[in-house]
Design a protein around this ligand. Sequence first.
Ligand code: 3HC
Ligand code: NAI
Length: 704
Amino acid sequence: MTNPVSATLEDGIFIVTIDNPPVNAASEAVRAGLAQAASQFAADRSAKAMLIVAAGRTFVAGADIREFGKPLSGLALPDVVGRIEALDRPVICVIHGTALGGGLEIALGCHYRLMLKSAKIGLPEVAIGLLPGAGGTQRLPRLVGIEQATEIITSGRQIGAAEAAALGIVDQVSDNPDPKSAGLAFTREILAAGRPVRRTSEREEKLAADRARPDLIATLRKSVEAKARGQISPVRALDAIALSLDTPFAEAMQKERAMFMELLASDQSKALIHAFFSERAVSRIPEQESGRPREIRTAGVIGGGTMGSGIALSMLLAGIPVTMVERDEEGAARGRANVEKVLDEGVARGRYDLTRRNRLAHDLFRVSTDFSALREADLIIEAAFEDMEIKKDVFRRLDQVAKAGATLASNTSYLDIDAIASVTNRPADVLGLHFFSPAHIMKLLEIVVAKNTSADTAMTGFALAKALGKTGVRAGVCDGFIGNRILERYLRLAATMVEDGTSPYAIDRAVVGFGYPMGPHQMGDLAGLDIGWLARKRRIAEGYKGRYAFDYLDRLAEMKRLGQKTGRGCYIYPEGARKGEEDPEFLALIEEIRKEKAIAVRPALSEAEIIRRYLAIMINEGARVVEEGIALRPLDVDMVMLAGYGFPRWRGGPMHYVDSIGLAKVLADLEEFAAEDQEFYKPADLLVELVRKGQTFASLNDRS
Ligand code: 3HC
Ligand code: NAI
């Protein structure tokens, strides 16, 4: 094991450098190196101060997540931090890049902290199902008080330098971009001023004030529990933070450690760590072997409706100039208004100032009714109506105006990218870029690689996802790609459950209880019930296969009860409300339809039973999508469902989740339900095969 920590003595300052690329994670070797450096400094009486600095792009980004799940080997981080804090001469650190998790905990163990202006700090452990396990829950409250510490730790958010200084987490902010020289200057200041050793664990002022607030923890608990929505780590983090009020530091550290280890062993942290690594693994695609992304300096968007304007915004916010082309002047004006409305909201919410808003709206954004305005665009994304003939017409025209080497994309939800590409003379430059609504907010981007899409074009899609801060997932061509194809299955299931006797509201409650932000009927109301209705009409025209159970939603759409936008859909939305109330008329309508269709109504399903079916159908379609190569690996299905469809992240995605409950159980469920509808519940071959071989979906994730 080479030592990633080195130490030198310069001018009486003992400089300790951590160099463990890519993100200086606090691996076993780093922990050992830091402990050794602390001992060396303790023994070297000629050194007046110790300065900890990291090499490369960042300070320590946390514990080494790759070590989790293996038995702890070597020194534990809290002990290392304790040794650093116990030193008898000033210990200073300088934070650049990010100091996250265990990285910030090392910094909190130092006596003084300098932060470069561009740096960020945070304790993001809850995001991977953990709590800060190296003193963060005890030291941070001593610096900022219980309330602030709870907000920072349970949100896991990153904090910039100005805020960190204002909160008292760091002592000074430096403009100097070089961590080492900034750190040396700061250390010399501390020495010159004769500032003493100052241990965070011994600071009591903030806690003394908090002890005088008897209801503080109970009040915080209510809000943390409400926000956590089933996730345990934020609640446990608050338990640990609360210890700082009444438990001696050393004892609280032991308890924090025990709670950390308990969470580390939990299914939730395994699921969240799976999500963390999957988020990065999705960009590993076969095309990266030979493909090179093309540069995107300017972009075009066709259509300025819901999606076109959201896609334009997403690119503008990433600094990419956009030209939007609409059918006529009215459409163009509407497209511009859609974009400017969101930019104005951003200003009102303090996300950016008016100068930036105007730069994006006027310098970077143009609208036109003329396709030739797209001549210079490196990338053009079509978001016109969901109609094959319209899309083909658009692509024929694009083929005429776009420059050679431009990337041409369609945002279609379901249509065949090969068919769209076939009308051009450059099918290799065509791909699907399936954004989700609202496109400037939703993380997911399905990158649909068609038969003739070149590796360069596919890589350009991934480069765009990165530039927009989105999670790009590679999908193959089929009706609905990965996400909408799976969605279609569980919406169909929800509809059959309703027809057969279960309340739509019970289904929504069960799905929310499982951890989704909303149920299928709430989602329909939010998106507009006309969207699904139109998609179903298209399917019916193409020859709908299987049982059709959506009449109750079609009726609502026919009555123009389209959801939130009309104040009434599956729910009633009193003036201005976003949360709907149950509608007895809707329930009566369902009852009527059951009678009309002479459905043999069954007893309403329990919430557990609803979820058992919901998951079985979702996992089964996920397996098919992998089996057919539409998704590269099960983890790609997981990322789609997490980033685009609201599957609770702390359950890791459906394919990860099924590994934890057992594939054989889901197969048995499907076989049981198949007695009701053989075709609908037919188990996927891949699922059957994995059960036969005793394998998991995770075993398929390794083959990249
Ligand atoms: N451990 C191990 N590997 C890590 C890691 C970590 N803490 N953080 C990042 N990596 C790896 C990534 O997997 C990636 O590997 P790959 O290239 O093989 O895919 C590589 O480092 C680069 O990471 P990113 O692609 O994410 O690089 P970015 O520059 O986009 O982001 C970052 C950098 C902001 C540091 C981001 O990686 C991040 O948020 N990391 C996780 C931070 C975290 O959660 N820390 C807390 C850990 S738990 C802890 O500290 C427990 C303690 O309380 C005891
Ligand atoms: P929309 O109806 O809100 O907007 C479509 C816009 O395209 C209209 O403003 C229309 O004037 C314009 N348009 C139509 N034909 C045109 C042409 N030939 N040239 C220039 N502009 C033209 O539709 P929406 O919802 O934005 O959907 C657009 C596409 O995105 C569809 O393919 C849809 O399936 C897909 N999509 C929709 C999602 C959603 O949630 N609404 C999500 C993901 C994809």
